[in-house]
Write a protein that binds this ligand. Structure first.
Ligand SMILES: Nc1ncnc2c1ncn2[C@@H]1O[C@H](COP(=O)(O)OP(=O)(O)OP(=O)(O)O)[C@@H](O)[C@H]1O
Ligand SMILES: [Mg+2]
Length: 260
């Protein structure tokens, strides 16, 4: 893997117990600073692909290399070290509603701390400071001491982004991060992620269901169908009509398979 390439899937296959082929001969490379959007119908393998990047799942065949590590061969310690360099944001935010916003962000540092933590003051001061700084970055500094469950969905997802940023990740994985949000909040969260990627040189791999958002915020689109890559194209210069026709290739069983 060259220095500029932070993720490389080489002919990756994943077959689950029971025979479901979730990834089928997937080869993709992602460069540092790239914002890659995964499109595909439900069940096409988007989450499975993301989960291979930080070793939550291991390939049945082929090779996954991330930040210079062969993910399929990492042991427990190696995986923990890798996951400190890879942030993850989920559709359902996964905040603890009864805790303050700030403490939720602090939990992003748990991978680097020993022992359990209970209460904001149990975190080292430097972590609390860093957490507050991340919250200000996502525009929620004023809400730091509010309970997380008092925030809107869009705000909660911005807290989840701040939590993921606390560990200064080199890669941010986002699995349908805006699927539960209204269009305005969705655009806000995506623009925030894209802005941070740009400013920090962060590499982003994000699954989405909306072509418009993919076109607005992605650098490149990878389409999956039944675990196979059926398109791989830069967003630059792509018209909405072209993008929609591409999406029909992702979504329609009868459409021809096109790999660019
Ligand atoms: N742990 C698992 N065990 C068995 N089968 C699984 C497992 N995880 C995923 N699958 C199967 O693998 C295929 C791909 O699933 P995946 O969750 O990656 O799809 P997806 O594109 O993320 O879908 P969605 O848009 O609904 O989130 C599906 O057929 C799914 O049922
Ligand atoms: Mg999924």
């Amino acid at each position: 893997m060259t220095g500029d390439r932070v993720i490389a899937f080489d002919r990756v296959g994943k077959t689950f117990d029971g025979g479901v082929r979730a990834l089928d001969d997937v080869s993709i490379e992602v460069a540092r600073g790239e914002v890659l959007v995964l499109l595909g119908l439900s069940g096409s393998g988007k989450s499975t692909l993301l989960r291979h990047v930080d070793g939550l799942q291991r390939p049945t065949s082929g090779n996954v290399a991330v930040l210079g590590e062969d993910v399929g061969r990492l042991g427990g310690g190696g995986l923990r070290a890798l996951r400190r360099r890879v942030g993850f944001v989920f559709q359902q935010f996964h905040l603890v509603g009864s805790l303050t916003v700030l403490e939720n962000v602090c939990t992003g540092a748990l991978g680097t701390l020993r022992g359990p933590r209970l209460g904001l003051l149990s975190y080292p001061k430097r972590i609390r400071h860093a957490a507050l700084e991340r919250l200000e970055r996502v525009g929620l500094g004023d809400q730091a001491l509010q309970r997380a469950d008092t925030l809107s969905g869009g705000q909660q997802q911005r807290v989840a982004v701040a939590r993921a940023l606390l560990q200064k990740p080199e890669i941010l994985l986002a699995d349908e991060p805006v699927a539960s949000l209204d269009p305005d909040s969705a655009a806000q969260v995506m623009s925030l992620i894209a802005e941070i990627a740009e400013e920090d040189g962060l590499t982003v791999v994000c699954s989405l269901h909306q072509v418009d958002l993919a076109l607005s915020w992605g650098h490149r689109i990878v389409g999956l169908r039944s675990g196979r890559v059926v398109l791989d194209t830069p967003v630059h210069g792509l018209s909405r009509d072209e993008a929609m026709s591409i999406y029909s290739k992702v979504g329609t069983e009868l459409a021809p398979v096109a790999v660019s």
